[in-house]
Design a protein around this ligand. Structure first.
Ligand code: ATP
Ligand code: MN
Length: 538
């Protein structure tokens, strides 16, 4: 493991226009934690973890994410509401203002890299206004060895100034916060927000452009782990669907919890060096590996602690999106380096709050392509009094906000790779059972884990047609039995005890699928279109 010693090397930031600053270069996480506490920016929890508040923003702000439109990007990016163009001249001006703001101050600088596979390594220099943001970068990016640091050549830089407020009128931003990628200058410029997720997802978005365009590699918003026989499993899904939770499995080595590349050499590699887990309602009983990863070095975000430093994970008074970041070696069973072979099984996770999608089903190749392009999950509006309708949420490739290219590009790459590798694709509903949100309950984590284990152990007999029921609405193959799971849980309709209500709700959802898919129809083959639901409301 990397040495925790202070690095003697010194660097200058003059080349970036940051002048007369006190540079804290490559400080250890311990030193950064001590500084954050001393400056009153955080406290130490009883676990030893640092607890900080990210400020005004406790989540990403997708509407304030821009890409500089220039010769490198103009004909390649899928411009629109997701990838919002920013003028190069405006970028230069704003960049100069940010570096002026950081000049004559104190900054925290860390050299790190993304991509665990040597052949795809991307060196990153992270320049932070705050010590805890720099510790986040230590946790989440890969950590170079001392030898590597001695000849470190930064390719991308992240300039992160949460305290800098843009002036939208002058600067061309939407409001005072922004996250802007410049692919020519190779800069991620982040200001006006202290939310750490912007740092990791900034580089993710950059890689989602660089890897497919220049390196023939399929970037994926997914987690991954590997079994004892070397069998890789991949879990796609939008936020909150279970990527981090389900990939952290004591019996399988963790490759990574959020961002991976699938190479032409038939390998999967992690982009990151750490995990970023949701901690809402976290319990040692349900998720012991994640719970125990919260120790010295981990950073808790926006949680509420009592006077003794004990965290109340049920307290969502700051945000529902409470988080912890930790270096991947805080998890016991990990793959080193974070690389696996071609996956055998791919899971599409969805938290279906309508409670109509089967808890596990097998997809045909056309269904897999259709569901990948659709990227369905559901949002549950607030937890306030009264029953609230779930809202369907579609995000292409299970990660539209981070995908600079047209979704069809990623879909084609995935489809080719899946065919080559002969993988099985499963749709897993980690959401509601026994009725929609407000009536039913969230699927027991124990059952979801049992279903995934059954797939990975080869216990869901793929060979016998009679073992499956083709769902009359979604057309997917629903297993009739599964070890460790009560049989009635496997059929969502059976858990509702009200066929009419079940079908009415299912059709509501399939109509939403159809509506959402319209914008992709022209880009898809008839075969992919046939992968959609089989029945709709009239
Ligand atoms: P992000 O992309 O934001 O990191 P994620 O896909 O990694 O999101 P998780 O952090 O794994 O999502 O969040 C899943 C949440 O749902 C956890 O808080 C977990 O405890 C909870 N949960 C409840 N029931 C289940 C279930 N059956 N399967 C998976 N997760 C469940
Ligand atoms: Mn996650």
């Amino acid at each position: 493991m990397e040495s925790e010693n202070q690095v003697i090397k010194t660097i200058s930031l003059d080349q970036y226009g940051i002048k007369n600053t006190k540079i804290n270069y490559q400080l250890s996480p311990e030193a950064l934690q001590a500084i954050a506490i001393e400056k009153g920016q955080g406290v130490e929890a009883d676990s030893g973890a640092l607890a900080i508040k990210t400020g005004e923003f406790t989540g990403r702000s997708p509407q304030d994410r821009f890409i500089v439109k220039d010769d490198v990007t103009k004909d390649r990016i899928w411009w629109g509401k997701v990838n919002i163009p920013f003028e190069p001249e405006k970028f230069d001006k704003l960049y100069n203002k940010v570096v002026d703001y950081l000049s004559n101050k104190e900054v925290y600088v860390r050299d790190s890299y993304a991509c665990a596979d040597e052949n795809y390594k991307l060196n990153i220099r992270v320049i932070n206004e705050y010590p805890w943001s720099n510790q986040f970068a230590y946790n989440m990016f890969l950590r170079p060895t001392e030898a590597e640091l001695n000849h470190f050549n930064p390719e991308w830089i992240i300039v992160n100034a949460p305290g800098f407020m843009a002036d939208p009128e002058v600067d061309g931003t939407r409001q005072h916060n922004f996250a802007i990628l410049d692919f020519t200058k190779k800069i991620a410029l982040i200001g006006g927000t202290g939310y750490t997720g912007e740092i990791k997802k900034g580089i993710f978005s950059a890689l989602n452009f660089i890897l497919p365009v220049f390196k023939e590699t399929m970037p994926m918003h997914c987690s991954a782990n590997v079994g004892k026989s070397g069998d890789t499993a991949v879990f796609f899904g939008l936020s909150g669907t279970g990527k981090t939770t389900l990939s952290t499995d004591p019996n399988r080595s963790l490759i990574g919890d959020d961002e991976h590349g699938w190479t032409k050499e038939n390998t999967i590699f992690n982009f990151e060096g750490g995990c970023y887990a949701k901690v809402i309602n976290l319990s040692r009983d349900q998720e012991p590996e994640i719970f125990d990863a919260i120790k010295k070095g981990a950073i808790l975000e926006n949680v509420v602690l009592d006077d003794s430093g004990k965290v109340d994970f049920a307290d969502t008074s700051i945000t529902q999106n409470t988080r912890v970041s930790y270096p991947i070696h805080h998890i016991e069973n990990i793959q080193v380096p974070s690389i696996g072979r071609n996956p055998k099984n791919i899971f599409f996770l969805t938290a279906d709050a309508f409670g109509v999608i089967p808890p596990i089903s097998k997809l045909t190749p056309s269904q897999a392509a259709y569901h990948f392009i659709s990227g369905y999950t559901a949002k549950v509006a607030g937890t306030e009094a009264g029953v609230v309708e779930p809202v369907p949420s579609f995000s292409a490739c299970f990660g539209a906000p981070f995908m600079p290219l047209h979704p069809a590009k990623y879909a084609q790459m995935l489809s080719d790779k899946m065919t080559d590798a002969g993988v099985n694709v499963w749709l897993v509903n980690t959401g509601w059972t026994g009725g929609p949100y407000g009536v039913g309950t969230r699927m027991k984590l124990k059952y979801t884990r049992a279903m995934i284990n059954a797939v990975l152990n080869g216990d869901l007999g793929l060979y016998n047609y009679d073992d499956y029921h083709i769902h009359s609405v979604f057309g997917v193959a629903q297993p009739r039995s599964c070890p460790g799971v009560p049989t009635d849980v496997l059929s969502p309709r059976a858990t509702w005890n009200d066929d009419e209500a079940y079908y009415t709700t299912a059709f509501k959802l399939t109509n939403a699928f159809r509506e959402n898919f319209k914008k992709f129809e022209d880009y898809c083959t008839e075969e992919i279109r046939r992968g959609g639901p089989q029945r709709y409301a009239f």
